[in-house]
Design a protein around this ligand. Structure first.
Ligand SMILES: Cc1cc2nc3c(=O)[nH]c(=O)nc-3n(C[C@H](O)[C@H](O)[C@H](O)COP(=O)(O)OP(=O)(O)OC[C@H]3O[C@@H](n4cnc5c(N)ncnc54)[C@H](O)[C@@H]3O)c2cc1C
Length: 402
């Protein structure tokens, strides 16, 4: 019987895990002995880093032709249960059937989900840009504002959380609102942050650039203000202030997919599984973790992969390779990704590009913006459905470096 590699998820990590696993099997000439299956809701790769933008076409490219080209099967559905002792998962297939699937090696690549603490009104009255359907809902809402009575609340968008997603959403929002409400509309975009400064996770130099850029984009800041509650008319802050707004966007970070909790082993505070150097979930035999569900060291200096597609794509290549390598007798590959960069869109102001874990400012404004465009419209998209071309960039050593 053919051995089976099962990959849950077709995002950045899952797609690259699939190609990389197929490459390793082909390198060993064992295509007849090993089958590879990806399970995900649909054979698409959602370009999550673009979801803060007005939703456009091509934010979820079809990867079925690519998977066909490299000999990977796709099953439309979601993994609902992982039985690691029995090496079996339960899949709720898109056609409504629940099926059991056996694996010899399992790669968990189910990504992350928005962190939603129990704040009254958060689920009912806020928008977010976490998944494609959320971004579409926000886009439809923004478009619908034009038909509402022009009030301060209609013209005000509050973005809660000033991490990278909150910053990009805020910088872009003025333009999105004006496109719908007209250039003369008196709009307000307010960025709310519970820490004492916006962008608390950036270096001081990077933060200074972001503060200046957002101020130039007309974004107001409310710092030291946690969100206490949200209702249909606005938002209450821990400072005691209330802001009337028809549009609250919640961007307060992410947590590993809940499936990670079903796998035994150590989990970090984000719910990610602690991985060994080969991206095996520590304490398991046949389970590899990758992308946003994996806590993996990027170097020997104490740095760990972030929930980012920058890391997910490399983690995917390594996890897929190793899952296959063990079955076909190739050497395993240790994950290492010492170079870390950030490239942050800052709306009409431009963008910011930093290098290193210390986030040294390397490029700003249009120079950084053209790099950001290159990254988000080309580099992170899946390769063309050509077996050899895809294999050429699926090597576990391959890293795109600006
Ligand atoms: C608005 C926004 C902006 C971002 N900006 C950046 C950026 O500028 N730079 C950057 O590097 N990163 C950015 N990120 C983070 C980046 O998108 C994620 O780190 C990346 O998508 C993680 O890749 P992944 O493959 O682990 O997970 P995902 O891309 O989330 O893919 C998860 C996959 O698993 C599937 N899945 C989910 N549940 C199941 C299930 N039960 N069974 C089977 N399949 C399942 C999903 O459908 C999907 O195919 C941003 C994220 C967001 C939301």
């Amino acid at each position: 019987m053919r051995k089976h590699i099962l990959i849950a998820g077709s995002g950045f990590a899952g797609t690259w895990a699939a190609i990389s696993a197929a490459r390793a099997v082909a390198l060993a000439g064992k295509e007849a002995e090993v089958a590879i299956t990806v399970v995900s809701p649909s054979a698409n790769l959602v370009i999550r880093p673009r979801l803060y933008e007005a939703v456009i076409e091509d934010m979820n490219p079809d990867i079925k032709p690519l998977l066909d080209a490299v000999g990977v099967q796709h099953v439309a559905g979601t993994v609902t249960e992982i039985s690691s002792d029995a090496r079996r998962v339960t899949v709720a297939r898109a056609d409504g059937q629940a099926v059991q699937m056996h694996y010899d090696k399992f790669v968990l690549a189910a990504g992350s989900q928005l962190f939603t603490p129990p704040i009254p009104g958060l689920h009912e009255h806020s928008f977010n840009v976490d998944q494609l359907e959320n971004a579409r809902k926000l886009e439809a809402h923004i478009r619908s504002l034009a038909a509402r009575t022009p009030t301060g609340a209609r013209n005000t968008v509050v973005i809660a959380g000033s991490g990278l997603t909150g910053i990009e959403t805020a910088a872009d929002m003025g333009g999105r609102l004006k496109a719908v409400l007209g250039d003369d509309a008196e709009i307000r975009v307010i960025l709310v942050e519970q820490a004492s400064t916006i962008a608390p996770h950036l270096s001081a130099a990077a933060r200074a650039v972001v503060e200046g850029a957002l101020a130039e984009c007309g974004v107001e800041f409310k710092v030291g203000a946690g969100v206490v509650s949200i209702d249909a008319q606005g938002i209450e802050l821990s400072s005691g202030e209330r802001v009337e707004s028809d549009t609250i966007v919640w961007t307060a970070g992410a947590r590993a997919h809940a499936l990670a909790a079903q796998i035994p082993g150590e989990h970090d505070r984000l719910g990610r599984l602690v991985a060994d150097a080969c991206l095996r979930a520590r304490g398991t035999g046949d389970i590899f973790v990758t992308g946003d569900v994996a806590r993996a060291a990027t170097d020997d200096l104490g740095h760990f992969a972030l929930m980012s597609c920058q890391h997910a794509m490399s983690l995917g290549r390594v996890a897929g390779h190793n899952a296959a390598a063990e079955l076909v007798g190739l050497p395993l590959h240790s994950y290492s990704q010492p170079k870390y960069v950030t490239c942050l869109d800052l709306g009409p102001w431009g963008a910011l590009y930093t290098e290193g874990w210390g986030q040294q400012v390397s490029l700003v404004r249009e120079d950084a913006k053209s790099l950001k465009r290159e990254i988000t419209t080309k580099w992170i998209y899946p390769p063309a459905p050509d077996r050899e071309a895809a294999f050429a960039v699926a090597n576990p050593d391959f890293v795109i470096v600006p």
